[in-house]
Design a protein around this ligand. Structure first.
Ligand SMILES: [Mn+2]
Length: 322
């Protein structure tokens, strides 16, 4: 099917390890003139400018991203669209939508976009197909018996350890975490040159990123915060995507419910992150009702809120927690 693609093409991929590895696997098989792009970091949709720019190509491939259906339908009016993904999304009519999860298959059998792409291409098992899986699931993949045994077999054969694979994921994720969109787009091309996975562990730039990230995290964890009725509130301003790590460290060190606000990541939006002993589901629902990008689990909430709404939502959060 990739052979049928003709003319100019753009490959749009997620900024994380799974997105980078999936992009590499596709680029390996696509004509050399295909360019790869990621999204504005933190965006899960295409901007007007991106929609216009990508409409001028002959084909668009989207990988490891469930872009809004209206984005895809707008592109599909002008260009051929192909999607490889594993997020829960209804099949989109009129495009080649390769998403087994969207078709109701068991997510345990399709743990990453890299796995779906690798399978589609008919490739043998390889480190990049596995790194996408480990990127998306980290240690939790150990509870997926079938895939964890595939991983341990591979590690044995290739003389790699699971911890080395985890380190490779940290290094590949470091570009987006420091907010470097260009570096994310360069990463698949670097991986194309790497014949040995050990080269990932030796990449000086990515190793430096991890040092920078660690310093920035430590700075914000140790800076004084406010305490309001037993809830810790920390206001930070950083262009790094570290809010979840900062919140986790503060909450685990203090044993208290913790709220972190980052005003430095987006231009007109703020990031909010909460960790609590309370069930946060009602708060997540409330955030969604208010129209914010809001998600999480029982004990975790992450939200992106327009700057002019931040203080009012923050008050709602503190009221809920205390
Ligand atoms: Mn993924």
């Amino acid at each position: 099917m990739l052979e049928e693609l003709q003319g100019s093409g753009v490959l749009i991929h997620h900024w994380d390890t799974d997105g980078i590895c999936s992009a590499l696997l596709l680029l390996e098989k696509l004509p050399k003139n295909v360019v790869n792009k990621t999204l504005v970091l933190g965006n899960y949709f295409l901007t007007e400018e991106e929609l216009t720019a990508y409409s001028s190509y002959d084909f668009v491939i989207v990988v490891d991203m469930a872009l809004p259906e209206e984005n895809i339908l707008r592109l599909a009016k002008k260009v051929k669209v192909l999607i490889f993904d594993h997020h829960l999304q209804q099949p989109i009519p009129g495009v080649d939508h390769h998403n087994p999860i969207g078709k109701g298959e068991d997510p345990q059998l399709y743990p990453s976009a890299s796995w779906i792409v690798n399978d589609f291409l008919g490739n043998p098992m390889n480190v990049f197909a596995l790194l996408g899986i480990i990127g998306d699931h980290e240690k939790r993949i150990q509870t997926n018996k079938e895939f964890y045994s595939k991983i341990t077999d591979f590690c044995l054969k290739e003389r790699l350890t699971f911890d080395e694979l985890l380190m490779m994921v940290s290094l590949l994720d470091s570009s987006y975490r420091i907010g470097d969109q260009k570096a994310v787009e360069e990463a698949p091309h670097l991986l194309l040159e790497y014949t040995d996975a050990q080269r990932i562990l030796q990449n000086i730039r990515w190793k430096n990123n991890l040092v920078l990230l660690e310093k920035e995290i430590a700075k914000h964890v140790t800076a004084p915060g406010e305490e309001k009725q037993g809830v810790l509130l920390k206001r930070i301003h950083t262009k790094f995507n570290i809010i979840s790590t900062v919140t986790r460290k503060i909450a685990w060190d203090s044993g208290k419910d913790t709220v972190v606000l980052n005003t430095g990541f987006f231009k007109d939006m703020d990031q909010l992150y909460v960790r609590s002993g309370k069930n946060l589901q009602p708060l997540i629902q409330q955030g969604k009702m208010l129209g914010y990008r809001c998600g999480g689990k029982t004990e975790v909430l992450g939200a992106v809120v327009p700057k002019e709404k931040t203080e009012s939502f923050l008050q709602e959060i503190l009221k809920f927690l205390s």
